[in-house]
Structures are given as C-alpha cells and as structure tokens.
Write a protein that binds this ligand. Structure first.
Ligand code: THU
Length: 138
C-alpha cells in the first residue's frame, strides 16, 4: 500500500474520534484526499431522532462541497473504531460520493478499513455503485 493511502486511512481513524454517536456507539470516520493532496475528514453525527443521523462520508462531502471543491476528491478512506472488519459505505453514501466522482470526471478508490487499519479492502467507487445515477443521467 502507498504511504499516502496509509496516511489517508490514519486520518479516517483519527476523524472517528470526533464522531457524535451516543446512540449506536458506532464511531465512523471518513477521509477524502483532494487533488492538491489536502485531506478533509468527517465523522458521523447522530440525533435523538435516530433516522436523522448523518454518516461520516456525508459530513466529509458536505465540507468539501461548501468549500466549492466537490470536483476535487481523488481518493476516500472509511473506518469505524469498534469494527474488527472493514467498514463499507452505506448505499446513500455511495451515491453521495458518486456526485463528487462524476463532477470530477474520475472514478476513485474507496479504502474500507477496520478500526485499527490492519485490514483494508479497496474498491473503485464504480464497483461499489455500478450503473450509478449521476448528473449526466438527468
Ligand atoms: N454510518 C456512517 O457514518 N457511515 C456509513 O457508511 C454507515 C453508517 C453511521 C450511521 C450511524 O451513526 C452509525 O454508523 C450506525 O449505523
């Protein structure tokens, strides 16, 4: 694995510490590498009205979107602190990640890591979300 990917996974692990997950106690971290090398992170934000909870990937994507950088995401890592096995983005997050991939005109790697980063499964986003519905579908 490339050093840069290890750094991205470590950033996702660090981000998970900032999760607000008092209900599930499942603390998820996501890290996005941008085209200029910067790493932007997110963690899940739960709510007393459980169904309103925001996933880590969605929080990270919202941050880059608000900075006008949705098209600059080039690589993604996801983890959850308590998980012994790699954590895969939920279906909604795959769709939300796809918007960034489509805007940037690129497919990117999604590194799905366990809680300490010792197990990592890497997939192209297009493999996690085949035949995606995106901006070009409208
Ligand atoms: N969660 C994420 O943050 N990302 C995912 O891709 C899957 C699920 C969060 C939502 C909720 O706060 C907790 O994990 C348990 O479902």
């Amino acid at each position: 694995m490339m050093d840069a990917t290890r750094t991205l996974i470590d950033a996702a692990i660090a981000a998970a510490a900032h999760a607000y997950a008092p209900y599930s106690k499942f603390r998820v971290g996501a890290a996005l590498r941008m085209a200029d090398g910067e790493i932007v992170t997110g963690a899940n934000v739960e709510n007393a009205s459980y169904g309103l909870s925001l996933c880590a990937e969605t929080v990270a994507i919202a941050k880059v979107a608000n900075a006008g950088r949705l098209s600059d995401v080039v690589e993604v890592a996801v983890t959850a602190l308590a998980s012994d096995t790699p954590v895969y983005p939920c279906g909604r997050c795959r769709q939300i990640l796809n918007e960034a991939a489509a805007l940037g005109g690129r497919d990117f790697d999604v590194h799905c890591a366990n809680g300490d980063g010792s197990e990592v499964a890497t997939y192209r986003l297009s493999a996690l979300l085949p035949n995606a519905f995106g901006p070009e579908s409208l």
